[in-house]
Design a binder for this molecule. Structure first.
Ligand code: BES
Ligand code: MN
Ligand code: ZN
Length: 499
C-alpha cells in the first residue's frame, strides 16, 4: 500500500526517486509554480527554458520527465501541468488533479516527493489526497504490471508543518477509504456477492471498532423486507441488509447514509441487452461509498453519529426470480407492483430507507447508481441531487463542489408520481413515466421516507464508474463517487452546521 507523509526538508536535499514540480501556462509561455525554487536553482535558472524546449506548455494534465541535475538528491524531476498560471495560488481541485496525474505517471517508483503544496494545510491536504488517489491501481486479478508508488512525501514549508501533518493524516484516512470503495466496485461480481460484501464489512468494521449487524435472508424474511427479498429471489446468492454504526459520545446529530448495493445487475427477467450489462458490477457503488464514508468518519473521529445501511442483493433471472407483474410487500407494509425487474435499485433502497427512518435520524442521504436517465441528463462526471428539502439539496450540492465532486440539483416534480401511484393492483408501481426517469426514481424513494425526516438522494449512475482514459486522480473503473461529499457533510454536521 502507498504510504503518505509530510516533510519540511528542502526539495534539494531530499533523497527520492522523483521530485514533482508544478508548471503552468503563463501569458508569455511556461512558468514554474511556487515550491520548486530549489529545483529552478539546480537548473541554474534554465528550468522553464529546458521544459519549453521539450515541448511542455504547462497545460493541465501534461507531464514531462527530466533527469535531475547535480544539486538535487532526487534522481528524476517530473513537471506536471496545472493549467493557466494563477497569481494567488492554485485551488484545491487543481492541486489534487495535478498530484494525481503525477502519482500515476510515476507508478513503479519507490519514493516520490511533491513540491506542489505551499504553506497552507489545505494545499497539503489536497496534494496528499490527489497523490494517494492517483497512485491507486487495482491489480488483484493481473499478473505483472507496475506497482503503485511506494512512498509519497508532501513537502511543505516549516511554518505550516504541524497543521500540514494533521491535514495529510486526514487525507490519508479519506483517500484510503476512497480506495477501499474503488476496490469493492472493481472486484468482479463472482467474487463480491451480497454475502461476501457483508463479510468484508464485518471484518473491516471490527478492525476499525464499528458496530456491524447483518440481516441474512432468514432475518430479512422474518422482518418482512420484501424489496430486498424480491430483488434477490432470482439469484443463488441471497440478499443482505448491513447496518454499520459509528457513534461519538459528543454527537449532537445522527446521520443515516443508505447505499444501493446491487452486486450485479443483469436486469432480472426484464433482462438487459448485451452492451448494457458489462459494467453492472458497479451497481453496488452506492453501498461501497456509504461504507467507506462511515469508516472515514470513524477514522477522523468526527463528533457526529453516522449509521450506514447497505442494501445488498444480486439481480438475476431464473425460475425463482421476481416476474414483471409480481407484487412485493415492502418493509413497513407498502405494496409495490414490479412492472420492470430492472428497476430494482429503488426496491432494495425502499426497504433500507424505511428501516433507517425507524431510528429517527436527523437526515437520511441515499447514494445509488439508480438510473440511466440521470446519465443521459448529466453525463458521466456529475451526480444528481434530489431531496424533500430544498435547503438540504442545495447544501449537498455546495458541499460536493467544495470537495471537488461535480453535482447538480434536480427537482422532484409532483406530477411525475402519478404514473406510479396509479398501479391497478398495488399501492405503487416500480415504474412510471419514461420521461424524467431519474426524477421518477427519486419520487419513488420519497414515498418511503418517514414524515418529518429530511432526506436526499444522490444518483451517481454517471460518475460511479469511469470507462474512458484516466484523468486527474480518477482511474478507470470505480471512482469512489460521493464518498468525499458524505464525509464533508458529516464533518460540517459535527462542526455544528445545520444538519
Ligand atoms: N443500475 C441501473 C442504472 C444504471 C445505468 C447504472 C447505467 C449505471 C449505469 C438501474 O438498476 C436500472 O437498470 N435502471 C433502469 C430503470 C428503468 C427500468 C425504469 C434504467 O435506468 O434504465
Ligand atoms: Mn437495473
Ligand atoms: Zn441497478
Amino acid at each position: 500500500m502507498t504510504a503518505l507523509s509530510v516533510s519540511t526538508s528542502s526539495a534539494a536535499s531530499l533523497r527520492a526517486d522523483a521530485l514533482v514540480i508544478g508548471v503552468a501556462k503563463g501569458p508569455k509561455g511556461l512558468v514554474v509554480a511556487p515550491g520548486a525554487e530549489a529545483v529552478t536553482e539546480a537548473f541554474e535558472g534554465k528550468l522553464a527554458e529546458v521544459l519549453a524546449t521539450l515541448g511542455a506548455t504547462g497545460a493541465e494534465g501534461e507531464t514531462v520527465k527530466l533527469p535531475a541535475p547535480a544539486g538535487l538528491k532526487a534522481a528524476l524531476v517530473l513537471a506536471v501541468g496545472l493549467g493557466d498560471a494563477a497569481e494567488e495560488g492554485y485551488d484545491a481541485e487543481t492541486l489534487r488533479r495535478a498530484a494525481g496525474v503525477a502519482a500515476r505517471a510515476l507508478a513503479g517508483s519507490k519514493k516520490v516527493a511533491l513540491t506542489l503544496a505551499g504553506e497552507s494545510a489545505e494545499e497539503a491536504e489536497a496534494v496528499a489526497l490527489g497523490a494517494l488517489l492517483g497512485s491507486y491501481s487495482f491489480s488483484a486479478y493481473r499478473s505483472g504490471g507496475k506497482e503503485p508508488v511506494g512512498e509519497l512525501i508532501v513537502l511543505t514549508t516549516r511554518k505550516g508543518s504541524k497543521e500540514a501533518k494533521a491535514a495529510v493524516e486526514r487525507a490519508t484516512a479519506v483517500g484510503e477509504e476512497m480506495n477501499r470503495a474503488r476496490d469493492l466496485v472493481n472486484t468482479p461480481p463472482n467474487d463480491l456477492n451480497p454475502k461476501i460484501f457483508a463479510a468484508i464489512a464485518q471484518a473491516a468494521g471490527k478492525e476499525h471498532g464499528l458496530k456491524v449487524e447483518v440481516l441474512d435472508e432468514k432475518a430479512l424474511a422474518k422482518g418482512g423486507f420484501g424489496g430486498l427479498l424480491g430483488v434477490g429471489n432470482g439469484s443463488a446468492n441471497p440478499p443482505r441488509l448491513v447496518k454499520v454504526a459509528y457513534t461519538h459520545p459528543k454527537a449532537k446529530a445522527t446521520l443515516a447514509f443508505v447505499g444501493k448495493g446491487i452486486t450485479y445487475d443483469s436486469g432480472g427477467i426484464s433482462l438487459k441487452p448485451a452492451g448494457h450489462n458489462e459494467t453492472m458490477k458497479c451497481d453496488m457503488a452506492g453501498a461501497a461509498a456509504v461504507f467507506a464514508a462511515v469508516v472515514a468518519a470513524k477514522r477522523l473521529g468526527l463528533a457526529v453519529n453516522v449509521t450506514g445501511w447497505l442494501a445488498l442483493a444480486e439481480n438475476m433471472p431464473s425460475g425463482s426470480a421476481t416476474r414483471p407483474g409480481d407484487v412485493l410487500r415492502m418493509y413497513g407494509g407498502k405494496t409495490v407492483e414490479v412492472l420492470n425487474t430492472d428497476a430494482e435499485g429503488r426496491l432494495v433502497l425502499a426497504d433500507a430507507i424505511v428501516r433507517a427512518g425507524e431510528e429517527n435520524p436527523d437526515v437520511i442521504v441515499d447514494v445509488a447508481t439508480l438510473t440511466g436517465a440521470m446519465v443521459l441528463a448529466l453525463g458521466n462526471r456529475t451526480f444528481g441531487v434530489m431531496s424533500n428539502s430544498e435547503e438540504l439539496r442545495e447544501r449537498l450540492h455546495v458541499t460536493a463542489g467544495e470537495v471537488g465532486e461535480q453535482s447538480w440539483p434536480m427537482p422532484l416534480p409532483a406530477e411525475l408520481v402519478k404514473g406510479m401511484t396509479e398501479s391497478t393492483i398495488a399501492d405503487l408501481a416500480n415504474m412510471g413515466e419514461r420521461m424524467g426517469g431519474g426524477l421518477v426514481a427519486g419520487l419513488f424513494l420519497k414515498e418511503f421516507v418517514a414524515e418529518g425526516i429530511d432526506w436526499a438522494h444522490l444518483d451517481i449512475a454517471g460518475p460511479a464508474f469511469h470507462e474512458s482514459a484516466p484523468y486527474g486522480y480518477t482511474p478507470k473503473g470505480g471512482t469512489a463517487s460521493a464518498v468525499r461529499t458524505l464525509v464533508r457533510f458529516a464533518q460540517q454536521t459535527a462542526a455544528g452546521d445545520k444538519a
